[in-house]
Write a protein that binds this ligand. Sequence first.
Ligand SMILES: NC(=O)c1ccc[n+]([C@@H]2O[C@H](COP(=O)([O-])OP(=O)(O)OC[C@H]3O[C@@H](n4cnc5c(N)ncnc54)[C@H](OP(=O)(O)O)[C@@H]3O)[C@@H](O)[C@H]2O)c1
Length: 363
Amino acid sequence: MSNEIWVLGATGRTGARVASLLAGRDAPLVLVGRNQARLEPLARELGARAVVAATPADMAAAIRRDGPAVVVNTVGPFQHTGSVIADAALEAGHYCDIANDISTFTQLLGRDEAARRLGHTLVTGAGFGVTATESVVTWLTEGRPPAERVRVDMIPSMESTAGRLGEALAASFVEGLPGVGGGGRFQSRRITDGRLARARILSRPLQLTTPDGDAVTTALMPLGELLAAHNASRARFVDTASSEAPSGRAARVLLPAVLPLLHVGPLRRSVARRLAAVMLPDRPKPREHSWGHARAEWANGEAREGWLRLPAASEFTAAVASEVAYRLLAGQGHPGAYTPAALFGPSLAEDCGGEYVLAEALA
Ligand SMILES: NC(=O)c1ccc[n+]([C@@H]2O[C@H](COP(=O)([O-])OP(=O)(O)OC[C@H]3O[C@@H](n4cnc5c(N)ncnc54)[C@H](OP(=O)(O)O)[C@@H]3O)[C@@H](O)[C@H]2O)c1
């Protein structure tokens, strides 16, 4: 086994950020991408080796050939790349990705036994959505009996630079809606009585005021946060919501009616292609901070509510993925499959620029 960290999708928005953070640390770095003309100058700039691989299957073959110590996968949609890359990576070393959809989580966390047998660590969800919310839940519930109810809300504040949305992000939106048990494919999910159950997408809108005084509305979105928050709290009822979910009345009425059309394969692929071509504007962050928020309630009537204040969601994603990769290289992981706070505890988010705020402290 080599001692290299490989960053897959290094020419992408997140991959390039992760690569530049890792380049500042004492780890031999390898950038993997499909576009040689963009990959090689970036690798030279960061003092890294470049590996050109056209597809996720080619990336998996290169990983099997060279046996890197840690693979960071930023190539979405992770339902298509997670298992194929993780299986190759775990043969020789550790794996980490920035997935946040329920079906990928089910596939990857289901490799816990295999990872233990191999003596390696798999970390999925090493990005803003999962880490910000599961960290607050862990911080609020650690050392207490299982909660009865938990709701987590992710509230990113993201700048965008002008350019195409891109196929990875577009396909994650379109393909990422659950392909797992507990309901239909293009529906939301919640945990009810300890199990995945169907929920109406964009339902349960909630108005929140962040500790900075910004008003935001969140509504149910079926993301990987749901499984992470459930694992962290062991609550019987769990809801996961996002401020990125359109919470206006029109969207709440129309979207659930339109989403079943995505069952039609050619239509779904056409929607993903059109979405990928959407041009993002140059846009500053809408709020100074991004937030993870959670409220936990226990059967005895006790409730705790807290926030995780973060710089920009995209910076936090890169900080978490690079920090997790570096800790895995340093041998700080344990064999098995985890989400980031389940492996490293709530202090990981603080080490990546986050600050916890207890809601009582705001009163
Ligand atoms: N968990 C979180 O909170 C979180 C946060 C941010 C992003 N994400 C997810 O992470 C993924 C990446 O996001 P991003 O904004 O960094 O996207 P991006 O800028 O489009 O980058 C995607 C990267 O993957 C490469 N790629 C895409 N499809 C490929 C394929 N079929 N074969 C080989 N390489 C391929 C792209 O190569 P080219 O450069 O050649 O196009 C690019 O390097 C998305 O799925 C997104 O949903 C999650």
